[in-house]
Design a protein around this ligand. Sequence first.
Ligand SMILES: Cc1ncc(COP(=O)(O)O)c(C=O)c1O
Length: 467
Amino acid sequence: MPSNNKILLNEIFNLIIEYIDNLQQKDVVKYMPPENLKDEIDLSIGKKGADLTKLNEYVKKYLMYSVKTGNKQFYNQLYAGFNMPAFIGDIITSLTNTSMYTYEVAPVATLMEIELVKKMCGIVGFDSGEGTFVTGGSNANLMAMLCARNRKIKHAKDKGIYNEKNLTAFVSDQAHYSFEKAANLLGIGVNSVIKVKSDKNGVIMPSLLEKEIKQSLSRGENPFIAIATTGTTLLGAYDPIGEMSVIAKKYNLWLHADGSWGGSAVLSRNHKLLLQGLELADSFAWNPHKLMNIPLIDSVILFKEKGTMLKNFASGNTSYIFHEYDNSEYDLGPKSMQCGKRVDSLKLWLAWKMIGDEGYEKRINHLFKIAAYFENKIVDNKYFEIMAPRQSLNVCFRYIPKSAKNINTFNLKMRNELMKLGKSMINYGFIGNKLAIRFVVANPEVTTHDIDKLIINITEVATQLDD
Ligand SMILES: Cc1ncc(COP(=O)(O)O)c(C=O)c1O
């Protein structure tokens, strides 16, 4: 390697070390609106390449204005925290840059992916199952829906779904929007995703699920999939898989469980009851990039029945790449929707190897304790209102101002001001027409002290606005 590259690499590694060292000391974000941020960084790409010494400067700028999702005041999204072995895995993945389609170009990563999928199938009770790493929970949900569609309409893969009755899918009204995106991509239309009313806790009501299926049938439609969300995005609710599976069987529907957010609760003996009956599902979306703190993207789709992936995803004349795919279980490409596929197994494998089953179980248990601590603090605080009982790791609440007439506008302003200050980041959503601030915890390093600090930060902004 040229010596100037060695110097550069050393400098970049020093920046990385400094970033990690300061992760908790610095604000979670140095917020700047896009118009101003554009002026801070020379975003243009020129005809001539820049001097290599500039690279350092650009990386510094990037680090300075990026959100510190590893900071313990970051509660904005369903991922958070910093995981050293996984981070190292990610660097090594880039270093050894390869694609996951054939064993010959990704020998170790292939074996790791196979081992991880086997382990994950074992944990969820898909004893002779299979699976693959995908580009995110949305993609996992799409793949599950595609398999469900093809099981219902046997010629769908080869001939499409022309002249078929309208296919319908059933989710709770709290389910993730990726199912509508998937319906769009599968050619069945967004309106074919029927949203079943959930109860006040955000849990699907099975009796209404059955009612909606019957109504769909009476309209001459073709119901093909029911989806249980195991950890909803806003309320952290878990749909009852067991009850839904009885209905799915009765009407010959595929049952998919979307554990993109809350799926990792299966790693804890205390909390896996939330996913009771998971082994009855046909497929399961599990996102290690959320509750297992693996750097994005790290997502897996699992199928109960071996052979599902090859049957549904293998296509085309591929002799130039899969030279012996009919007999090679080690070439993962044909089972995937992708051609080039990043190595997402190494970072998870390294993290799980270092942390172990017990370590992950402890982390999940800790997160639930922290969420309960936050909930109690809010319940005991007369300025706040809990908006729905806590189901898992999400707590939806709002500040009740003395002065403001519109509570939604007040809470939105409060949340935005907090972000601009850069002290804490927390997101919001709507429960009916009420704006709810959504607390969610995914970073296992968060302590009760960090939660106290978050509540102080929120209260300070709120009382200033409420003056
Ligand atoms: C319940 C649920 N399903 C699916 C997704 C989509 O996952 P991804 O962001 O990995 O595409 C999310 C993301 O937050 C989610 O909460």
